[in-house]
Design a protein. Structure first.
Length: 133
C-alpha cells in the first residue's frame, strides 16, 4: 500500500453552514443558499447579527483542497480498466469504488488495486469474508 508523497498538514477552515436567509421561517423555502438581492436586505448589507454570507475567505488552502484526511486525492473507479490510469500516481490518488457496482466487479477492482499498490478507501464494501472450510 502506498503512502501519500506530500506530507503537508491539511488545514480545514471553519466548516460553516450558510442557510438561506429566513429559510427557517417558511416551510416552503429551501434552506440552500441564495444570494440576497433585495435593496433593503440586512444580510446583503452585512449588518451585525444577520446571517453570514459565504465568501472566498471561508475556503481551504489551495494546496490541500479536496484532499482526504489520509493525504490522498479521491479518484472514482467504475471498472478495473480505470485503475491503469493510476499506475504512476499511486502516491497521489486513492481509489474509491463507485457505489453502484456489484460484489464481483468490486472484488476484481480490489485485487487489481493491490497489484498496483493503490490505496482503496471503501475496500470492504459489499464484500463478505469467506469462511475457511
Amino acid at each position: 500500500m502506498a503512502a501519500p508523497a506530500d506530507k503537508r498538514k491539511i488545514v480545514k477552515k471553519r466548516m460553516k453552514k450558510f442557510p438561506r436567509f429566513q429559510a427557517d421561517r417558511f416551510k416552503r423555502m429551501n434552506p440552500a443558499w441564495r444570494k440576497p438581492r433585495g435593496i433593503d436586505g440586512r444580510v446583503r448589507r452585512r449588518f451585525k447579527g444577520a446571517t453570514l454570507m459565504p465568501s472566498i475567505g471561508y475556503g481551504s488552502d489551495k494546496k490541500t483542497r479536496f484532499r482526504l484526511k489520509n493525504g490522498f486525492y479521491k479518484f472514482l473507479v467504475r471498472s478495473p480498466a480505470d485503475l491503469e490510469m493510476l499506475l504512476m500516481h499511486n502516491e497521489k490518488y486513492a481509489v474509491e469504488i463507485a457505489h453502484n457496482l456489484g460484489a464481483k466487479k468490486r472484488k476484481e477492482i480490489v485485487e487489481r488495486a493491490d497489484q498496483l499498490r493503490l490505496h482503496v478507501t471503501n475496500r470492504f464494501g459489499r464484500l463478505r469474508a469467506e469462511e475457511n472450510e
